[in-house]
Write a protein that binds this ligand. Structure first.
Ligand code: SAH
Length: 827
């Protein structure tokens, strides 16, 4: 079944807010959604009338044609429910001015408060139409402004100023008498922080710098509308293409952009993003990556030799960035963004020190004098492991090999100003660390273990106070500091479920607070050509100067697994129900792994030869060499074509013997072991009437945990996968105790490489660390094809080529196996 988005669902991320909004509206709410609406009580004594002559009929009919069409009587009884039929109130004539209660006059396009019922804040609208109905009643059409609390951000109101409102596309018709008061709403460009604007925002009633569009909970800069209008006339409009872009199109050159991968793991997300961006004509390079796991860093380093990988916690990374900026300012490489000067930093003063080089850099230890030859590294934390946190520099000692380099606190090196200066100058030139404004894209998924369903101590009231969710703050603080052009955050769908989506709402709120445009969606990895479902949450952010990226529509059919959070169902990136699109066939396990050599439970080799040719287009693509997949993005010309990491987690003897006894057929699992009874309620029990079968070790063949898993209802323990199946989600562990992970025909769990294939890693991607660490890196990853599809959308937006205001983008034909430098729509 293809992944479909329910049309006009009663629920989505905005339900609460938008239904609030719509509650004031008339029953004839002409809105995008069909939640229940309530009629607003019109104050009995409110007198409303139109002023001046009506708008000439011909003009009114051109502007509002539907109001003047005769109502068509349905010929056959409609199958639609009565509520679904959109009734259009017919007009006698339209007006430009009105007066309510003989004191408040309103003109077309005025902004106003509208009654919201007792005890509620009035609603805020722009009056976009005023007319007398054929029924003699007087109406106006409101186009609503949303307060932050009415958007997906909800009541995290500390983030957004009460004066800031968001213009929506939602319109509906109300009785004229519900208008309460005229308002002054200042429409300004996003991020416009001139003194005049700031002063004006203080005196107006409200100000508005973004549209809020319900599809994919999108916040988009107002000015974007004009850009879109320009682009509508041509497929790829040159009007909106910058001069740079024109130049690069003329020369056929690719645009360049830098990427920082936070919580990078082994780097799947950035790998995919760069691949996809390249297919859209953007040369995106992972310049920096950060992760606190040393093995993951090693994997990333190996596969991306051009990336500056930092094995640090994200919080220390942010502190390092701040210190690095200070150093750059101190050495006059960078202007001071605020008045804070850094003349005297770590005891280094700007006074030129012409001292003798050797003397300035001496360091005494046990009476022996060491001389600093040069500085070769910088870090924040406690790299010397002396229980003292701070900024450290790595010192190469004169006359010593790199092996003897040591980390030294910067304070102790204040007499080495010249050496530090050389290091900082060189580091600044080669961009060893990103500086504010110097990063194009930040990607990454801050781990939020505090939301995991397994965590019994979840803090539902104040999720951000749970230290396990702290990384979301750190992530947003890094964005705030670096101000990248684009942000792409990934997370588990639980982020939308836990505490009514508090953390996801917070993430959007922070982006909007920092004047980012933003858009959120859920994507199923399988829909981009994998034998895995894997639903994940993605959030785009884009500065006001940039185009907000779209979400790439699925290319493949997929087997649906798991549940989608109902409230955010409409944020699922999928074709609408009823839309007929030819998707590629869903991928099955066989398509993905049938060409791999047979290996045993005891297999230990990290490298081996392929023993078969690829059997499917997927296998052909996944086996391409790095230079074939990345084209100009890599300099490496790989000669040998070997298979990495095709070995399984080695099971202990008991588990191995259990696995050997699971029949080699579809659906087999521990329930096929002797000595079990399955009740009518599908609950499995140990058959007490027969003797328990024992393994050679004396332990029972059927372990207790298998029988007790999900109170005896599960068939997952020791489950064997079959060739025509898919997996719900590749996880970080490979034990067969509570998941279906046994190979269809071999007595072992899926190998690291097989899991990596399910995640769409190219075969050339080699992993580092102990076996369990490699599984973790693979299971943690953002599936490469999803990241690739998102990278394509990013490339299109980055180049200013987004067409129309559709939040979704259709990928080029055959995208899943598209290679760069091959004929593609854009080549
Ligand atoms: N995006 C990656 C997967 C990341 S998984 C990919 O697509 O391959 C999350 C990573 O966050 C893990 O590798 C973990 O080591 C790292 N991590 C967890 N807490 C961290 C912290 N405080 N600072 C930096 N990295 C952290």
């Amino acid at each position: 079944m293809a992944l479909k988005r329910m049309r006009a669902s009663k629920k989505d991320g905005d339900t609460k807010s938008s239904s609030n909004l719509r509650k004031r509206a008339s029953k004839r709410a002409n809105t995008a959604k069909d939640e229940p609406v309530e009629m607003v009580e019109v104050q009995e004594n409110s007198i409303a009338r139109f002023l001046d002559e009506p708008i000439p009929e011909s003009e009114a009919k051109t502007l509002w044609p539907d109001r003047y069409k005769p109502i068509e009587k349905p010929k056959a009884p409609s199958r639609k429910k009565k509520d679904d039929v959109e009734e259009i109130i017919q007009a006698r004539c339209h007006f430009r001015r009105a007066i309510v209660d003989e004191c408040h006059t309103y003109e077309l396009n005025d902004d106003a408060y509208v009654q919201a019922g007792e005890g509620n804040n009035p609603f805020i609208c722009k009056i976009v139409e005023m007319f007398e109905g054929a029924n003699g009643k007087l109406y106006f059409t409101a186009q609503w402004f949303y307060r932050a609390a009415d958007t997906v951000i909800g009541k995290l109101n500390v983030l957004i100023s009460n004066k800031r409102v968001f213009f929506s596309e939602v319109r509906d018709t109300n009785e004229l008498g519900t208008l309460v008061k005229k308002l002054e709403i200042l429409m300004i460009s996003l991020n416009e922080n001139t003194e005049e604007t700031i002063a004006a925002t203080k005196t107006c009633d409200y100000y508005c710098d973004m549209n809020y569009l319900l599809p994919y909970s999108t916040f988009e800069a107002l000015q974007h509308d004009t850009k879109i209008a320009l682009s509508e006339s041509s497929t790829i409009s040159s009007d909106i293409v910058s001069e740079d872009e024109e130049a690069s199109q003329a020369t056929g050159a690719q645009r360049e952009a830098t990427l920082l991968d936070l919580y990078c793991g082994c780097g799947a997300m950035s790998t995919g993003l760069c691949m996809g961006a390249q297919l859209a004509g953007l040369n995106l390079a992972t310049k920096w990556a950060v992760d606190m796991n040393a093995h993951a860093c090693k994997s990333l380093e190996h596969n991306h030799p051009e990336t500056q990988v930092r094995n640090l916690s994200a919080e220390d990374f942010l502190l390092l960035l701040k210190e690095w900026e200070k150093l750059c300012i101190h050495f006059s490489l960078r202007k001071c963004p605020n008045s804070e000067e850094h003349n005297n930093l770590y005891g280094m003063t700007i006074v030129e020190d012409n001292e003798d080089g050797s003397k300035e850099s001496d360091n005494e230890d046990d009476g022996e004098v060491f001389t600093v030859e040069k500085i070769v590294g910088i870090s924040f934390g406690d790299p010397k492991m002396i229980k003292k946190r701070g900024l450290y520099l790595k010192v190469r000692w004169l006359g010593y090999e790199p092996l003897h380099d040591t980390w030294e606190p910067i304070e102790g090196l204040s007499n080495c100003r010249e050496k530090i200066k050389e290091f900082v100058e060189h580091g600044y030139e080669s961009c060893i660390l990103p500086l504010p404004g110097g990063v194009d894209v930040v990607c990454g998924g801050p781990p939020c273990q505090g939301i995991s369903g397994h965590n019994r101590h979840r803090n539902e009231e104040q999720p951000l106070e749970d230290e396990k969710n702290m990384q979301l703050l750190v992530y947003m603080n890094i964005v705030e500091f670096l101000k990248p052009k684009y942000v792409l955050m990934e997370n588990v769908v639980d982020m939308l479920k836990f505490a009514k989506g508090y953390l996801a709402r917070y993430a959007v709120g922070r982006l909007v607070q920092m004047n980012y445009q933003s858009r959120m969606g859920m994507m199923a990895a399988g829909a981009y050509g994998l034998a895995q479902f894997r639903m994940r949450f993605f959030l785009w952010g884009a500065l006001s100067s940039e185009m907000l990226p779209q979400f790439p529509l699925p290319t493949h059919d997929v087997v649906m697994r798991g549940v989608i959070p109902v409230e955010f169902e409409r944020n699922t990136v999928a074709y609408d129900e009823g839309h007929t699109v030819k998707l590629a066939d869903k991928l099955l396990l066989k398509d993905v792994i049938s060409d791999l050599p047979a290996v045993a439970n005891s297999e230990l080799r990290d490298e081996m030869r392929y023993d078969k040719d690829p059997e499917t287009p997927f296998q052909q693509f996944i086996r391409l060499r790095k230079d074939e997949v990345l084209g100009s993005l890599t300099k490496s010309k790989s000669k040998k074509h070997v298979l990495y990491d095709h070995h399984p987690l080695k099971l202990n003897i008991d588990d191995y013997q259990r696995v050997c006894r699971v029949p080699k057929r579809k659906g087999a699992n521990f329930r096929d072991f002797p000595g079990l009874i399955v009740g009518p309620d599908n609950v499995v029990h140990i058959d007490e009437s027969v003797e328990r079968v024992k393994l050679e070790s004396g332990n029972p063949l059927v372990p207790e945990y298998a029988v007790n898993f999900v109170r005896g209802t599960s068939s997952k323990p020791f489950g064997r996968l079959w060739w025509d199946e898919t997996v719900p989600t590749v996880v970080t562990r490979a034990e067969p105790h509570n998941q279906v992970i046994i190979h269809p025909q071999q007595d072992r769990v899926l190998s690291i490489r097989e899991n990596a294939r399910l995640q769409g890693f190219p075969d050339y991607y080699k992993l580092f660390g102990p076996t369990k660490q490699k599984y973790t890196q693979v299971g943690n990853a953002v599936a490469v094809p999803v990241a690739k599809a998102l990278g394509y959308a990013l490339g299109i937006a980055f180049r200013g080529l987004t067409v129309g205001d559709d939040p979704l983008l259709t990928l080029p034909e055959g995208f899943a196996t598209l290679k760069p430098n091959l004929p593609s729509e854009l080549a």
